[in-house]
Each structure stands twice: as structure tokens, then as C-alpha cells.
Design a binder for this molecule. Structure first.
Ligand code: NAX
Length: 328
């Protein structure tokens, strides 16, 4: 039998955690033949709730789940982790300035980066979901100097999936007919969902839709503000769809993108497309054998250039802010 893969999940007692853990334990993250061992990290006040979730995991009798352990100490939680899903974060509360938010999250992602550096498995792969996801990933990555920087990623797959759904509806096709969609930049309202390189049933998506006004005034803002629309409708932020996107992100990273297609992942920039080196920004990415590569050579027109630059400028500002706070 295979050795179980150790998956550490932070924020395990939160709403995304509740949607995510059962998908991991059922085999949807890594495949139907890969046993998993869960290590859950929570803050002390939420350990009891995490224990309740662990009881329910037991009660599912998942054949692939070889055990669940709960911790309130990052060093112990990340010990031996092959996969680390960093979901828990400090949300922005009323009256909180952006600097306060970055500082509060620095207090979470710095020690978690250090703990990953200290004790995660050599092959550890990290996905940051907790917001501000790109900059939280940057903070964790900078405190894990012994882990290759490319192992730290942040999630824009939910934005990618939202864009797929909007485009499929507009074009009257199935999401399965769409390839090569891209989310560029920050997981925030400045993100840029790009259909100019996308294809619908093999034909250019922007030309197929042929509606620049829809693109600018409907598609882009709908995708960028979908999180707020979900809160408005559901009375709570996206949880099941966020968990589903996290499963997709890791599954694609581990198992590879399909031939001729790519996905969106926020990864450490190598300077591609004018994105300053070191920023964790969303790009079109292909994956193979557990490694990712930024798709090269795409032509970026003026419209896309402006949108990408604006989102990347926001990331650069966030990096500057956490630098000033001494967090990196
Ligand atoms: P919840 O508030 O329901 O859960 C967060 C959990 O994290 C809580 O149980 C809390 O106790 C725990 N936590 C806080 N600090 C921790 C620490 N230092 N170590 C371990 N656990 C800690 O939030 P939920 O709805 O689950 O969302 C989690 C995060 O995902 C939020 O930051 C949210 O903004 C972010 N999102 C990111 C998305 C993305 O696409 N990248 C989309 C969905 C979501 O909004």
C-alpha cells in the first residue's frame, strides 16, 4: 500500500475548511488511489470546533483517510507536510486600515512560513487561500528560505472558475468548451480576467463573443466583484466554491494541465510580462510532473497591458507596505 500523503490545512474550523476537508479525505484532491493523512491547524479557541469536524471525518469512514491530528502550534502542524493549504487568515473588520490588515496577517504567515521551513517534507507544496492571499504567500515564502520559492503559490483558481462560468453563459457553451483563460495579477478587485487568448471550441473567445462593451462593463467587473455578490446573496462569503477551487489548484499542480490548455495560479514572478521579479502574481501557467511554468510569448495588447499593470502595481504596493512593517 502507498504511504499516505500528509496534508496540513490551516483554518480547519472555518467555513472553507468545512467544505474542503471532506473533499480531501474522499480522494478528490490527489486521486482515488492516494491515501491522505490530515494535520489541522487552528487557533486555540477553535480547536474544539476542529475536533467536531474531525469526528465527522471519522464518521464518513473514508477508506483513503489514514488519520486526522489537530494542533494549535504551527511547528507541529507542518511537520512532515507534503501539501500545506493555508486557509486561515485574519479578515478585515470594520475600521481596519490596509496596514493593520497586512500586519495582522504578517503575524500569522511569518510563523507559518518559518514552521514550513523548519519541518515540512522536502517536496512540500504550499497553496495560500487566506486573504490578502498573494501577499500572505509572499510573507510565508520569505520566511522559508530553505524551501524553493516556486513551491509557494496563492489561489486565483476561484476567479478563473468564475470567469469560465460567466464566459460559458455568455457564449451559450459548456465550460468544458473553453480553454486558455487567464487571471492576471492580484486576487482582489484589480485582478484582470483575460479572454483575448482564450478559446471557445478552438476559436478565439474575444472574437467569438465580439462584444467589447460586455467585456469591459459586465464580464470583468462581474468576475472581480463576485465575492461581494455572494456575500450579498448568501449572507456569508464563498466557501464551497473556494474549497472546490483549492482542490482544482492542487489537483492541477500535482497532475498537470491538459495538452493545449493552461490554468491560472499566483506564482513567484521571474519578470515575465513585466511583472517585477519576486512578486506573487497570477499568470497563465502550465503544470507537469508537479512543477509549473509561466506560459511565454503571449501578445499583450494595450487594453490588457493597462489592466495587468494596474493589478501588479497594487501587488508592488502591498509588498512595499509589508517591507515597511518589517514583515519581509
Ligand atoms: P472563516 O473565518 O470561516 O475561517 C477562518 C478560520 O481560520 C477560523 O476558524 C479561524 O479560527 C482560523 N484561523 C485564524 N487564524 C489562524 C491561525 N493563525 N492559524 C490557524 N487558523 C487560523 O473564513 P473562511 O470563509 O473559511 O475563509 C478563509 C480565508 O479565505 C479568508 O481569509 C478569506 O478571505 C479567504 N478567501 C480566499 C479566496 C481566494 O480566492 N483566494 C476566496 C474565498 C475566501 O474569501
Amino acid at each position: 500500500t502507498r504511504t499516505p500523503v500528509t496534508v496540513t490545512v490551516t483554518g480547519a474550523a472555518g467555513q472553507i475548511g468545512y467544505a474542503l476537508l471532506f473533499r480531501i479525505a474522499s480522494g478528490q484532491l490527489l486521486g482515488p488511489d492516494v491515501p491522505v493523512r490530515l494535520r489541522l491547524l487552528e487557533i486555540p479557541q477553535a480547536v474544539k470546533a476542529a475536533e467536531g469536524t474531525a469526528m465527522e471525518l471519522d464518521d464518513c469512514a473514508f477508506p483513503l483517510l489514514s488519520g486526522t491530528d489537530i494542533f494549535d502550534d504551527p511547528i507541529r502542524a507542518f511537520a512532515g507536510a507534503n501539501l500545506a493549504l493555508l486557509v486561515g487568515a485574519r479578515p478585515r473588520t470594520k475600521g481596519m486600515e490596509r496596514g493593520d490588515l497586512l500586519e495582522a496577517n504578517g503575524g500569522i504567515f511569518k510563523p507559518q512560513g518559518e514552521a514550513i521551513n523548519a519541518g515540512a517534507a522536502d517536496d512540500v507544496k504550499v497553496l495560500v487561500v487566506g486573504n490578502p492571499a498573494n501577499t500572505n504567500a509572499l510573507i510565508a515564502q520569505r520566511h522559508a528560505p530553505d524551501v524553493p520559492a516556486e513551491r509557494f503559490t496563492a489561489m486565483t483558481r476561484l476567479d478563473h472558475n468564475r470567469a469560465l462560468a460567466q464566459l460559458a453563459t455568455k457564449a451559450g457553451v459548456s465550460v468544458a468548451d473553453i480553454r486558455r483563460l487567464t487571471i492576471w495579477g492580484n486576487h482582489s478587485a484589480t485582478q484582470y480576467p483575460d479572454v483575448f487568448h482564450a478559446e471557445i471550441a478552438g476559436k478565439n473567445a474575444a472574437e467569438t463573443v465580439n462584444d467589447q462593451s460586455w467585456l469591459e462593463n459586465d464580464f470583468i467587473p462581474t468576475v472581480a466583484k463576485r465575492g461581494a455578490a455572494i456575500i450579498e446573496a448568501r449572507g456569508a462569503s464563498s466557501a464551497a466554491s473556494a474549497a472546490s477551487a483549492a482542490v482544482d489548484h492542487v489537483h492541477t499542480w500535482v497532475n498537470g494541465t491538459a495538452d493545449g490548455d493552461w490554468t491560472s495560479m499566483a506564482v513567484v514572478s521571474d519578470g515575465s510580462y513585466g511583472v517585477p521579479e519576486g512578486l506573487i502574481s497570477s499568470f497563465p501557467v502550465t503544470t507537469k510532473d508537479g512543477a509549473w511554468e509561466i506560459v511565454q510569448g503571449l501578445e499583450i495588447d494595450d487594453f490588457s497591458r493597462g489592466r495587468i499593470d494596474a493589478s501588479v502595481a497594487e501587488l508592488a504596493e502591498e509588498r512595499e507596505a509589508v517591507r515597511k512593517l518589517g514583515l519581509i
